[in-house]
Design a binder for this molecule. Sequence first.
Ligand SMILES: O=CC(=O)O
Length: 359
Amino acid sequence: MWSSLVALRRLQRIAVAPLNITGGLTGSVHREMSTMKRVYVTRQIPPDGLKILRESGQVQFELWNSDDDTVPRKELLQKVKGVDGLLCMLTEKIDAELLDAAGPNLKVLSTMSVGFDHLNLEELKKRGIRVGYTPEVLTDSVAELTVALLLTTSRRLVEATHEAKTGGWGTWRTLWLCGHELANSTVGILGLGRIGVAIAERLAPFKVKKFIYTDVEPRPELASSINAEYVSFDELAKQSDFLAVCCALTPETKEICNKDLFSKMKSNAIFINTSRGGVVNQEDLYEALSTGQIAGAGLDVTVPEPLPTDHPLFTLKNCVILPHVASASYSTRNAMSSMAANNLLLGLKGKPMIKELKL
Ligand SMILES: O=CC(=O)O
């Protein structure tokens, strides 16, 4: 059954994937088509973005016609040969090898993500390739999910539903499944940007006592909107009852959440990460959670993704793990696909993109 499903998917891909040429059959359209830019899209993107590409009349594009698996690297290296534009996801590593395979025609890369740690920016810059990404449209969705994950973790909701379903629910007990509440708490934000602010705005009505944050430098304009105090990294660790990681993954932030941080945190602290798994040293986190150094962790992102089901973090009751779904609402994913498509088209026309990375 499984293998025939896989075979069917392959057939569908072969049937639908071949060059998706927009245009008719008249001579003039053929001439127009020959000036069309060639684009490869690494995923079956949500309908709004796909419609924009289809109706643009500006590009002929081929796509990896699946959302269930990623395009195999070997196939990607083949497909990008000679393209003018590439629309990718956070699952594709865009490095020198891939850019070499694409060749000199490639002028625009558009990623359907706010994160860009999968892109080798130096190599892109060296080759003069412009890069679009999709910030802002996902802020609400990510902030909402972060709050959901924080409450799920701090109020032990996964444990609680499991107990209710599996017979662990005995009489009402005074301390059973007690967690930690937001009221009167200090919430720390590691890396204050739009998403950190949006999280704080949503948490404030829960009667949080104080917001603190750290970043490479104070960000007074953003911080003033949520009344947040700038503190050192150490103070963030020491004071936070809830610590939300919102920073981008860069060489500077790689595994910045490690035993040094966890050892300074409160034993009642809840650690939440909806940015990138790479900012956390997972062995150190396991240690901190299993020894009670901190109370709990909610992770939407891990290394690797997917996290193998036999990973030690899955054995811990005080660790809630989600499969990287922070921006996963229909409206947000459609908005991301539209922005990615428009960034690509604008870039190919030599115009400013809606959101472009300064390289
Ligand atoms: O993680 C999601 C994104 O970078 O958009």
